[in-house]
Design a protein around this ligand. Structure first.
Ligand code: AMP
Length: 135
């Protein structure tokens, strides 16, 4: 059984933050900042597109509410929300989870993408491929 399914089933310990109909939120045992929380669907899915609309809506709603609670209760002033999808993106636990990492004025977290301006033609080609993929 996957570790987060074990947590959802109540067979593994957790520091629960929220328990909803379709999602559960609990503290990450290796917090990047104080209040770092994982929001997971109760149902085992690995990737974002596998979520139902209802699960996706509750997951986003709870993630936003957790960030707001971190501001109200812990003194955070913002948050990063992210999902690592696939091992290439750093996903270690194969049960979809959204990290909610509250941010503090003095924290030392760096979230940086190495971005570079692309050629117009390249952007056009990529957008066309994606539009096809989304048809
Ligand atoms: P990811 O790299 O996105 O798959 O992240 C998995 C996250 O799960 C990591 O931040 C871990 O610290 C966290 N984690 C792993 N096991 C547990 C657990 N038993 N309880 C809470 N968090 C966990």
């Amino acid at each position: 059984m996957c570790v987060f399914c074990g947590i959802v089933a109540g067979e593994l310990p957790k520091h629960e933050v929220y328990s909803g109909e379709r999602v559960l939120a609990f503290l990450d045992i290796n917090p990047a900042t104080r209040g770092h929380t994982l929001v997971v669907p109760r149902r085992h899915v690995e990737r974002l597109p596998e979520l139902s609309r209802e699960e996706a809506a509750e997951l986003l709603e709870v993630a936003g509410a957790v960030a707001r609670a971190c501001e109200a209760q812990l003194g955070a002033s913002g948050a990063n929300f992210w999902i690592n999808q696939g091992s290439v993106a750093g996903q270690v636990v194969p049960h979809l989870h959204m990290h909610v990492v509250p941010r503090y004025a003095e924290d030392e977290i760096r979230v940086e993408l190495q971005q570079a301006r692309a050629e117009e033609e390249e952007l056009q080609q990529v957008a066309e491929k994606l539009r096809k993929g989304l048809e």
